[in-house]
Design a protein around this ligand. Structure first.
Ligand code: ADP
Ligand code: MG
Length: 256
């Protein structure tokens, strides 16, 4: 049965999408069956997985509105080695359309249950908000992966997310836990980043992943080629770090 993870952080530009597509590609590379779900109407994870968001016949929007199954709407990205349940601007409307329906926060969970035996990992890229879309992600997941930059306000931002996860855990999804904090865009030459990293470890202990993702320009360039860095330039330091992170995740789920 698939383990389902949300990549979430209510801040924008912290590396959620980069983490989602590169972890998906890294897991595929080490032999895992992966479904990547894009829950952000911007569709960056979709485009960054080699799938044209404007040309999709069906998307996660159709799945949330129950007009298509995951099996019908997901496509296999040959280049990346994983399945993609894509998103585009249409998804922004789902927020409003879901207001009227029953069990609106459980739509994704129910849809994913039908394909759980076909994957080892389902990774959900969340939008930078705590919206109905993110709530659908959190209700579906066994755990949350939180990418974060080791900056001064990083810890402060974390409090809101931790509280939201606690609430979802208490009211909607007993399975939900923070699997780990992933330090991304890390530059060890910057003293402050090293200090924040140490603080994180002091506060959160083994909730902080061992793997650290360095700041690496190849990871930033890859999306313009419609690929995760891991596929675009496997030799890049950032790509190698994401493959190491994939291996760490494979080990982590054995303990779940
Ligand atoms: P989010 O999904 O949280 O908004 P993104 O993954 O889109 O964040 O990342 C924000 C920006 O930072 C993007 O331009 C991305 O290419 C860049 N970026 C992310 N991770 C790295 C990294 N490790 N090194 C260099 N650039 C990165
Ligand atoms: Mg994003």
């Amino acid at each position: 049965m698939a383990k389902i993870f949300c990549v979430a952080n209510q801040k924008g530009g912290v590396g959620k999408t980069t983490t989602t597509v590169n972890l998906a590609a890294g897991l595929a590379k080490v032999g895992q069956r992966v479904l990547m779900v894009d829950l952000d109407p911007q569709g960056n994870a979709t485009m960054g997985s080699g799938v044209d968001k404007r040309a999709m016949a069906l998307s996660v929007y159709d799945v949330l509105l129950e007009s298509a199954s995951v099996a019908e709407a997901a496509v296999f990205s040959e280049k990346c080695g994983y399945h993609v349940l894509g998103a585009n601007r249409e998804l922004a409307g789902a927020e409003v359309e879901l207001v009227e329906v029953e069990r609106r926060e459980r739509r994704l969970k129910q849809a994913l249950a039908a394909v759980a035996d076909q994957y080892d990992f389902v990774l959900i890229d969340c939008p930078p908000s705590l919206s109905m879309l993110t709530l659908n992600g959190l209700c579906s997941a066994h755990g949350v992966i939180v990418p974060m930059q080791c900056e001064y306000f990083a810890l402060e931002g974390l409090t809101d997310l931790v509280n939201t996860i606690k609430q979802v855990h208490a009211n909607l999804n007993k399975d939900l836990q923070i699997i780990g904090l992933l330090r991304v865009m890390f530059d060890p030459r910057i003293t402050l980043q090293q200090q924040v990293s140490d603080q994180l470890k002091a506060h959160f202990g083994d909730k902080v992943f061992d793997t650290v993702i360095p700041r690496n320009v190849r990871l930033a360039e890859a999306p313009s080629y419609g690929l995760p860095g891991v596929v675009f330039d496997p030799a890049a330091r950032g790509s190698q770090a994401f493959v190491a992170f994939a291996e760490e995740m494979v080990q982590r789920i054995k303990k779940m």
